[in-house]
Design a protein. Structure first.
Length: 166
């Protein structure tokens, strides 16, 4: 008797972007208001949560990182909507026969308070990936004023994903 075991792959993603004046603060496709009007700098919209999730998805299948698919040298991705980039990455994952089991992320930001925006972020990610919001964890923490996040030089994000073979 042969038993079919589920096949799983885990992926880990990390990203950080610098906080600057004159940029929008977009995280998880949500436009956040920073008390000092700071936003994240980057080639695309610098959506640190969405980038960490994309790298986790790619890492789970040993497909490299987002720089390989959307190089900063390519003008096409200038100020790109990262949720759109995420929709391209999930296509790639599904083409290889894999499905998202769950995603968990932690955003490290001193300000603004992330919690009021978490449900909206979950909705955006769930909609883009076409998965249930209950499969997506988004947490936020300050860095206790330590390090670059604590000094408000930037905002970072860590994500893990679990993929399941279909
Ligand atoms: Zn990024």
């Amino acid at each position: 008797m042969t038993r079919k075991y589920p096949q799983f792959r885990i992926g880990n993603g990390y990203d950080i972007h610098r906080l600057v004046i004159g940029r929008k603060l977009i995280i998880g496709g949500v436009y956040l208001q920073h008390p000092d009007n700071l936003g994240l700098d980057g080639h695309s919209d610098a959506d640190v949560l969405t980038h960490a999730i994309m790298d986790a998805l790619l890492g789970a299948l040993s497909l490299g990182d987002i720089g390989k698919y959307f190089p900063p040298s390519d003008e096409e991705w200038k100020n790109a909507d990262s949720l759109f980039l995420l929709s391209k990455i999930i296509e790639l994952i599904r083409k290889q026969g894999w499905e998202v089991n769950n995603i968990d992320s932690v955003i490290v930001a001193e300000r603004p308070k992330i919690k009021p925006y978490v449900e909206m972020m979950k909705k955006n990610i769930a909609h883009t990936l076409q998965i249930s919001e209950s499969s997506i964890g988004i947490k936020a923490t300050t860095n206790e004023r330590l390090g670059p996040e604590g000094r408000e030089e930037g905002i970072s994000c860590h994500s893990v994903v679990l993929l399941e073979k279909k």
